[in-house]
Design a protein around this ligand. Structure first.
Ligand code: HEC
Ligand code: HEC
Length: 334
């Protein structure tokens, strides 16, 4: 009830001033497919032994290898210069854990059945190939894979195989991310100083004091523990650079071993440490033309740290919160 009233006040406030912040309800409307999505519970990854020994199976296996050891095939250190599509030595698997089968790590279980879809970042209908290339350009700080090339076909084949039995448009439980407490993000800014303490205690043992990670010996071998900032990681256009997205991912996945059912960090710790690793005093590759993302400000991600905005909040508030007055929640509680 109290929340409901707060939402109404927020709506009134933003409409009265003619301002539109990120509107959750509007995004839901634009994402509507016109049919009721099936819900898939208890999704289990299919057994790899069932991948057939034929050309199709070869693509599925290559797709999985590309996801798990991206640096080995299309990373910046591979011998064949033409194959250097990724700009860093991460793997898709650095974030899409267990080759995209871990729940609430932005897994791939629901992906094949959910494209094409409305994409607010482009304000357009996007395909699965474009979505993969979104992560290539941002999370992998690289360039797009040719859409008809073997690597793209293989990754799509792997996602298709993973989604076997998932109805078109279905919401698969465990896909996407969990959510840190939305009341907390509305009411307080994330605190990078508190986040530094979390980092030192819970993260630095693997990711290093300077976020540099631990690289394996040899060329194109990737990282044992991937870097969180510095030159060889995701750029400022990546989802992981956005505070809410990063906190939602971190809380169910880090320190390594955490799951949505067995979290290690509190929501507050995840929020603060996400602000710390993405703070402006940390160097990382810059994504050009970020101001062109989210051309329709009504559905611009609240935690996008580059304007223009259609609200009267500062860049810093978009970057670290609080998000009151920036996010217009859906009328029904999320
Ligand atoms: C630095 C972390 C990171 C890396 C590395 C990364 N991604 Fe992503 N990816 C994300 C995040 C964060 C999202 C958004 C998840 C969300 O909003 O639910 C995402 C979303 C996606 C989606 C859409 C998922 C969905 O549920 O709709 C696909 C497909 C995808 N990534 C593919 C890839 C591929 C393929 C690679 C490797 C070439 C890759 N990603 C590398 C972080 C990463
Ligand atoms: C026990 C080692 C370990 C600890 C501790 C740990 N991580 Fe990780 N982290 C990993 C590994 C390993 C991966 C990549 C997953 C893979 O390769 O399977 C990863 C991936 C990541 C990524 C995405 C990839 C990237 O390079 O950006 C982020 C963000 C991250 N960790 C943040 C954190 C934070 C924040 C903490 C502390 C709360 C933390 N990690 C603690 C091992 C660890």
């Amino acid at each position: 009830m109290k929340v409901d009233l707060m939402l109404k006040l927020a709506l009134v406030a933003s409409c009265a001033s003619g301002l539109f912040a990120f509107d959750v309800g509007e995004l839901a409307k634009r994402s509507d497919q016109g049919f009721k999505p099936a819900v898939v519970k208890d999704w289990q990854a299919p057994d790899e032994k069932t991948i057939p020994n034929n050309l199709f199976g070869d693509y599925v296996r290559y797709g999985k290898a590309l996801v798990q050891e991206t640096y080995k095939y299309i990373g910046p250190e591979v011998a064949d210069k033409k194959m250097r599509y990724a700009g860093n030595n991460l793997a898709c698997n650095s974030c899409h854990l267990d080759a995209g089968t871990k729940k609430y790590s932005a897994g791939f279980m629901g992906v094949f059945a959910n494209f094409p879809q409305y994409r607010p970042r482009e304000n357009a209908i996007g395909t699965i190939e474009e979505r993969i290339n979104g992560c290539m350009a941002r999370s992998m700080n690289g360039k797009p894979l040719p859409e008809n090339g073997k690597e793209m076909k293989a990754m799509v084949a792997y996602m298709y195989w993973l989604a076997q039995g998932v109805p078109i448009g279905a919401k698969v439980e465990g896909s996407s991310l969990t959510k840190v407490d939305r009341k907390m993000i509305m009411s307080r800014a994330a605190d990078p100083i508190a986040g530094e303490k979390v980092y030192k205690e819970m993260c630095a043992s693997c990711h290093g004091d300077n976020g540099q990670g631990v690289k394996r010996e040899g060329k194109a071998m990737g990282y044992e523990f991937p870097p969180l900032w510095g030159k060889d990681t995701y750029n400022t256009g990546a989802g992981m650079f956005r505070l809410i997205k990063a906190a939602d991912w971190i809380v169910a996945n880090m320190p390594l071993g955490a799951t949505s059912d067995a979290k290690i960090l509190s929501d507050a710790q995840a929020y603060d440490v996400a602000a710390y690793i993405n703070n402006y005093d940390k160097e990382r590759p810059i994504k050009a033309n970020k101001d062109k993302d989210f051309p329709d400000l009504k559905v611009k991600a609240a935690d996008s740290d580059i304007g223009p905005y259609d609200d009267n909040k500062t860049r810093l508030q978009h970057k670290v919160g609080p998000y009151q007055g920036i996010i217009i929640p859906a009328k029904k509680a999320e």
